[in-house]
Design a protein around this ligand. Structure first.
Ligand SMILES: Nc1ncnc2c1ncn2[C@@H]1O[C@H](COP(=O)(O)OP(=O)(O)OP(=O)(O)O)[C@@H](O)[C@H]1O
Ligand SMILES: O=P(O)(O)OC[C@H]1O[C@](O)(CO)[C@@H](O)[C@@H]1O
Ligand SMILES: [Mg+2]
Length: 839
């Protein structure tokens, strides 16, 4: 089968990772892979026959060269290699695509060729590049029937059976139009004698699959579009930078952010960047005139001493009558009415460019439709390499929407609802998470008036404590909790330095302004350590009583979970623990059972990706180097596994699987095979990721030495330990937003259970009033700590099972390991992969 992939619409970070993953997966499934340059425009233009013939000659030469390398490599008894991978190793145009060279280079050119055959190595090193190396366009021609007819003709000429489109809502709408129209396009081409009867029969249906790549995150039915997290990161970096200069001058800044008709970027940046006010299309200001409302809010913030004012304006912002709201106008209002020294910053295309963050690489690579992301929306037909589980979801999606094969592919876009001024519907169509985040923004950014507070008898004294190692987002979670408390009239008490600090009475009250700048701060503002309540459980109970704690929020990792368990069990002896208590998982290791994500793990993956990109660059420059990179994570291989996926590592070692001598022997053989198949003098740097606790015998040093010894003339080896760098740095926006969202839910949980206990003479808190907030397949669930224990491996401090276990096999597949070793058909390997398919 021949499959072509194109990228279309505005570029987004992660599109290259999509192309790489699709090309590699296609080859592994026995397909021939093509890229279409310049989006739909390339499809319309097709290939100039002369240039194509030349390319075929070059490809034949390259193939012959690869053949020679393969023969030399496989003379040794290395098992039977995967034939399709070796015959699709490279076709000679990879470098031209990567360097953007269209001119003749050594007899090769991309000029006049828009549909280009690619192999495994042709997409190497694409992962870390921003934008899209195969080019994108907004094609007017494809919007016409004539253009689409030319596109269909070109696809048939090249014998392409299936098309993968990575782009935004426009691109996927275009794909759907193309799919629906296909039979009539074929009929027209046949009538004109441009395609034969046989061709028409063979290409009676076009299989199309869409991956949603857009910074706007404006696609219904998908949680995240590929590129949106990176754009959000760019915006937050800008806001963080602007905040410091705004603080210095006590200035106001009005910042315009992209997102065309969608407020996702502005809303999330508002939460993650700690903005004062936001304007988005889906929720225009409710109070009219909105200028008065905005000024009153900002005035209140200034009154309590706030030195900065950040107002975010989405590109498509307007008032409830659809009159555009423009940054310059907002600036004039702030200057004239509040006398603020105000500046406008338009972030523009800086938001769209640059290296993809870890999450975008994972979204692009992880099998679409897996439980954590649904980035792939199948438009028609069953794609040959769609994961089974996804295929099932796809079937469900097409029926539940009346779309897919039969009708409209996507639900009514929220944009249409906005245009009809039905803002409630627009928000509903954006999904409940979007609405929650927006509500979270209002709850945490605005200083409420006294009248909004709860009646005195319902107000609580809530303790907030950090536990375990620092993790990005701990401070953002605390800020959200404090802001919520103040809004409701509760007292937010900071317990400094964990349970040790509690026993020392290191407790004080937190204020609205005091936590204002905490969102972008890494580490732990409260101070954190691993001391558990069991150190002195009686002393802890006494302090609970002394400070009259009526609710507790524990932000931390496995220790946080263990602490909650001890406190809940302590209820048997200490009445002070009969209060609602909740644990919010925050750990880079992501080792808390049941929950799919702990805050801090996204930040840590970004730190890993940054470091590994730099290391890989160094390794590649040295031409023949393998780096063994050691990660933290304790006895949990999450960071190592997902990090390996996000950086395209060749090998990964985890504590769950451990390391054996047989494994090492096989892995050395794999690296030798892989290096011997590189073009002479052009060996790529490669990475091996090893979790710190994978084996006490086969240490990072030992593996590095072994590779040095075994690499011989093929490769050299070095090591790098990332250590505590993975815990620090500026929290990622995704962690900040998740932290705020989960923290607010924790606060509501505490209130609800407190209300139930009110009026009880002898408070008897039920077991479910001590719970952990968890994320499970995109929904947030409170799980009683006693229930959590059943899923915990208390000895190894991790969950008994986790959604990401099978990702290691995907990672190995994309490195080509089983195929290069001829293991891909072995029963053992098949068994391990089928375990993954069941996930
Ligand atoms: N209704 C349509 N029929 C045919 N082709 C279309 C249609 N809508 C869009 N396209 C094609 O898709 C291309 C990209 O669409 P658009 O400019 O809306 O970007 P997008 O895919 O939504 O991405 P983004 O919004 O992230 O920039 C268009 O230039 C056009 O070639
Ligand atoms: O790069 P262009 O064509 O000016 O388009 C800008 C638009 O593209 C996007 O970046 C992606 O759709 C929008 O947010 C923005 O409105
Ligand atoms: Mg769009």
């Amino acid at each position: 089968m021949r499959i072509a992939i194109l990228t279309s619409g505005g570029d987004s970070a992660g599109m290259n990772a999509v192309v790489r993953a699709v090309v590699k997966t296609g080859i592994l499934k026995g397909c021939e892979m093509y890229v279409v340059r310049e989006g739909y425009e390339g499809l319309v233009r097709g290939n100039n026959e002369h240039a194509e013939q030349q390319a075929k000659n070059v490809a034949a030469e390259t193939e012959a060269e690869v053949e020679r390398e393969v023969k030399a490599t496989y003379e040794a008894p290395h098992g039977q290699p995967a034939v399709n991978l070796l015959h699709n190793l490279r076709f000679g145009d990879g470098e031209l695509l990567k360097d953007g060279t269209c001119e003749f280079v050594g007899g090769r050119t991309l000029k006049g060729r828009y549909i280009v055959r690619v192999g495994w190595d042709d997409v190497r090193g694409w992962f870390s590049q921003g934008g899209t190396l195969i080019g994108t366009a907004r094609s007017m021609t494809f919007k016409t029937v004539e253009g689409r007819e030319a596109a269909a003709h070109n696809l048939i000429r090249e014998g392409i059976d299936a098309l993968v489109v990575c782009g935004g809502d426009g691109s996927l709408t275009g794909a759907d139009v193309f799919r629906r129209e296909w039979p009539s396009l074929i009929a027209a081409l046949k009538e004109k004698g441009l395609v034969s009867e046989d061709q028409a029969k063979k290409h009676a249906h076009l299989k199309i699959v869409g991956l949603v790549g857009s910074i706007d995150n404006d696609m219904s039915m998908t949680d995240l579009t590929i590129g949106a997290p990176t754009a959000l990161q760019r915006i937050c970096e800008a806001i963080d930078n602007i905040n410091s200069t705004a603080y210095s001058h006590s200035r106001a800044f009005v910042i315009e952010v992209m997102g065309r008709d969608c407020g996702w970027l502005a809303a999330l940046a508002g939460v993650a960047g700690g903005a004062d006010f936001i304007f988005i299309p889906e929720r225009p200001p409710t109070a009219m005139p909105w200028e008065d409302d905005m000024c009153a809010q900002i005035h209140r913030h200034r009154e309590v001493g706030k030195r900065t004012t950040i107002v975010l304006v989405a590109e498509g912002a307007h008032d409830s009558d659809l009159n555009p709201i423009k940054p310059e106008y907002v600036k004039d209002i702030l200057t004239e009415r509040l006398g603020l020294d105000t500046r406008v910053t338009t972030l523009g295309h800086t938001q769209r460019g640059g290296r993809p963050c870890a999450l975008d690489r994972i979204l692009a690579t992880h099998p679409p439709g897996s439980r954590s992301n649904r980035c792939l929306v199948a438009i028609h037909g069953r794609h040959p390499f769609i994961h089974d589980r996804f295929a099932r979801e796809q079937d469900r999606a097409s029926t539940s929407n009346g779309g897919g094969r039969t009708g409209k592919p996507f639900p009514d876009p929220p944009t249409r609802a906005v245009k009809a001024k039905d803002y409630e519907k627009a928000l509903e169509l954006r999904g409940s998470e979007f609405k929650e985040i927006l509500d979270g923004f209002f709850a945490t950014s605005m200083l409420a008036e006294e009248s909004a507070k709860l009646p005195k008898e319902k107000r609580m004294r809530i303790g907030i404590i950090h536990m375990g190692a620092p993790a990005g987002g701990m401070n953002a979670a605390t800020r959200a909790a404090v802001r919520y408390c103040i809004r409701q009239g509760h007292t937010a008490l900071a317990i400094h330095n964990g349970f040790r600090g509690l026993l020392d009475g290191n407790i004080d009250q937190l204020s609205w302004l005091g936590v204002d700048a905490w969102t972008p701060r890494g580490g732990s503002e409260l101070g954190t350590n691993r001391a558990l309540p069991s150190t002195d459980i009686g002393g802890v109970a006494a302090k609970f009583q002394e400070y009259n704690l009526q609710g507790l929020l524990i932000i931390g990792g496995f220790e946080g979970f263990t602490a909650l368990l001890q406190l809940e069990e302590g209820r048997k002896h200490y009445p002070a623990f009969h209060i609602p208590m909740v644990h919010l998982p925050a750990t880079i290791s992501n080792n808390v059972p049941v929950t799919e994500y702990s805050i801090g793990s996204d930040t840590s993956l970004n730190a890993l990706v940054d470091a590994c990109d730099a290391i890989k660059q160094s390794a590649s420059a040295s031409r023949d180097r393998v780096f063994v990179v050691e990660t933290q994570g304790g006895k949990c291989g999450y960071i190592a596994t997902m990090g390996a996926l996000a950086v395209g590592a060749s090998l990964v070692y985890t504590p769950e699987e451990g390391i054996t001598l047989d494994m090492l022997r096989r892995d050395v053989r794999f690296l030798k095979t892989r290096y011997s198949l590189d073009p002479p003098g052009k060996s790529e740097g490669r990475l091996v990721i090893r979790n710190e606790a994978s084996s006490s015998v086969y240490t990072t040093t030992m593996i590095t030495k072994m590779l040095q010894e075994e690499g011989g003339s093929l490769f050299d080896a070095r090591s790098a330990s990332l250590g505590h760098t993975l815990q620090g740095g500026i929290p990622s926006p995704i962690d900040r937003v998740r932290a705020a969202r989960l923290s607010l839910k924790c606060m509501v949980f505490l209130e609800q259970h407190h209300n139930r206990l009110l009026g009880q003479k002898h408070r008897q808190a039920p077991p479910e009033s001590a719970s952990v907030i968890t994320v499970q397949t995109s929904s947030v669930k409170m799980v009683p700590v006693q229930e959590m224990v059943k899923h915990a491996d208390m000895v190894n401090r991790r969950g008994k099972t986790a959604w990401w276990f099978g990702v290691k096999h995907l990672e190995e597949q994309l490195a080509g390991k089983p195929q290069f070793l001829g293991l891909h058909k072995s029963p053992e390997y098949q068994a391990s992969v089928s375990g993954y398919a069941k996930m």
